[in-house]
Design a protein around this ligand. Structure first.
Ligand SMILES: CC(C)(COP(=O)(O)OP(=O)(O)OC[C@H]1O[C@@H](n2cnc3c(N)ncnc32)[C@H](O)[C@@H]1OP(=O)(O)O)[C@@H](O)C(=O)NCCC(=O)NCCS
Length: 196
């Protein structure tokens, strides 16, 4: 488990299948990820759980829990390279009543602590739809910097959409967050990174 302030990150379990499915089936939510919901068989989610969701190698998929155990979303990394010491990240708070309360920012900080301090990465990047101002604001709070605009990068809902490229380097993350270690104190002074 990885803890930071209001959230806990943990691997997905079989009991999470209905939630994974529900988030994927929510067209408004998938639109934030630049995707159109398409019918998918349940087996695909079961295969994910025993496959890519269980490995935590070049990709990792965490459930985001609140302290009371409520599961509100997921935060992922993909394309982790040990050569360039970099990875890409993505996040969603599936429960819409849980958005705008700081949980997404806390979950991203938790993931970055794991990627920078446990996986020893140097750079973490993401792309976000240019009109997703809430997400951009959350990433800025986390410490991400805008690198540029990818014009007409995605096509969905009958039109092109720009994306904003953002990144954060380890020294930038540490300068912003390393003096705030107390946020992980409730798990023993350091965010736990043991999975399972
Ligand atoms: C993006 C997401 C992960 C952010 O998590 P969150 O918990 O909602 O974010 P936070 O509450 O930590 O921060 C949101 C910030 O945006 C601000 N905000 C919200 N709506 C806004 C708007 N319309 N315009 C500008 N700022 C806005 C909030 O005020 C807050 O900033 P503040 O703390 O300075 O007041 C979450 O909203 C989400 O999952 N959204 C749907 C899926 C999605 O967009 N995923 C990201 C795809 S790249």
């Amino acid at each position: 488990m990885i803890a930071w302030r209001t959230v806990r990150l943990r691997p997905f379990h079989e009991r999470d299948l209905p939630l994974l499915r529900a988030w994927f089936d929510d067209p408004e939510l998938m639109r934030f990820w630049g995707m159109t919901s398409t019918p998918v068989v349940d087996q695909r989610f079961a295969d994910d759980l025993t496959g890519r969701f269980s490995r935590f190698d070049h990709a990792g998929y965490f459930a985001i829990d609140l302290i009371d155990g409520t599961t509100i979303g997921r935060v992922d990394f993909e394309r982790l390279s040990t050569e360039t010491r970099s990875a890409e990240v993505m996040i969603l708070i599936g429960d819409r009543t849980a958005r705008g309360k700081g949980y997404g920012t806390d979950a991203m900080v938790a993931l970055l602590r794991y990627l920078f301090h446990t996986r020893n990465l140097h750079r973490v990047s993401l792309t976000v739809l240019a009109w997703n101002v809430r997400a951009i604001r959350s990433y800025e709070k986390t410490g991400f910097t805008v690198e540029g605009r990818l014009r007409d990068d995605l096509f969905f809902d009958g039109g092109y959409h720009d994306q904003i490229a953002m990144s954060i380097l380890r020294h930038e993350f540490d300068a912003r967050w390393s003096t705030d270690e107390s946020a992980a104190l409730d798990t023993g002074g350091e965010a736990r990174v043991t999975l399972g």
